[in-house]
Ligand binder design. Structure first.
Ligand SMILES: CC(C)(COP(=O)(O)OP(=O)(O)OC[C@H]1O[C@@H](n2cnc3c(N)ncnc32)[C@H](O)[C@@H]1OP(=O)(O)O)[C@@H](O)C(=O)NCCC(=O)NCCS
Length: 182
């Protein structure tokens, strides 16, 4: 199900647009993802582990052009500030489930963009004829993200102990959360 672009004013006064990603965004999305990986301790990969070609990134963008999937970007004059994917399963037994992932550029965090993106995504998912459940995972010490997810109604399904290793002796648990949208 497609998404009509939205024009938004953030707390910092900037006017931005939230729209679906298109294949032409591939290189800009790679650059943005490398920046998220560089500036957050709560991503599953390090920056040097993420090296897709623009063609591979375009394939990932295209994989969201399905009824139960959506890849949103927030842009300031076409600079990508944030990426928010809802990746729906394509096997019939799980087509009602989509996996979420959100990241915002460091300089744009704390301006209400996370809240706005969740409002847009959940309202899209509620209207989506296929989707029933949104799921996500997060580091147990990512309190900003956990607060955001709880604020939008997500509840904890389970905890995987010591799932992420941040250094030789430094582990975080993986918090599994979900929201029923129907
Ligand atoms: C997590 C993230 C998406 C939140 O987006 P954001 O734009 O910074 O968040 P917002 O300003 O919209 O705030 C949303 C909510 O998050 C929580 N929050 C925001 N900043 C917080 C802070 N410093 N401490 C605790 N909670 C905080 C609050 O619940 C807030 O809602 P409220 O302002 O109505 O109380 C963003 O910070 C980010 O991309 N971080 C790095 C990557 C990341 O951690 N991604 C998630 C991986 S699971």
């Amino acid at each position: 199900m497609r998404f009509a672009p939205q024009h938004i004013t953030l707390k910092n006064g900037k006017n931005i647009v939230i729209r679906e990603a298109v294949c032409e965004d591939a290189q800009a999305l790679i650059d943005a993802a490398k920046s998220y990986l560089r500036t957050s301790d709560y991503m599953c990969s390090y920056e040097n582990e993420f090296n897709p070609t623009p063609e591979e990134e375009a394939d990932w963008i295209k994989s969201h052009q399905k009824e139960n999937s959506l890849l949103l970007v927030a842009v300031d004059n076409e600079k990508i500030l944030a990426t928010f994917n809802a990746t729906g399963y394509q096997n019939r037994k799980m087509k009602h489930v989509a996996v979420l992932g959100i990241s915002i550029l460091e300089d744009w965090r704390g301006n209400g963009l996370g809240n706005i993106l969740f409002e847009s995504m959940i309202s899209w998912a509620k209207k989506n004829p296929e989707l029933e459940i949104l799921v996500l995972e997060t580091f147990s010490d990512n309190l900003t993200a956990i607060n955001l997810y709880k604020k939008w109604g997500f509840t904890v399904d389970g905890v995987r102990k010591n799932y992420f290793r941040n250094g030789n002796e430094n582990y975080s648990d993986n918090i599994l959360m979900s929201l029923n949208v129907k």
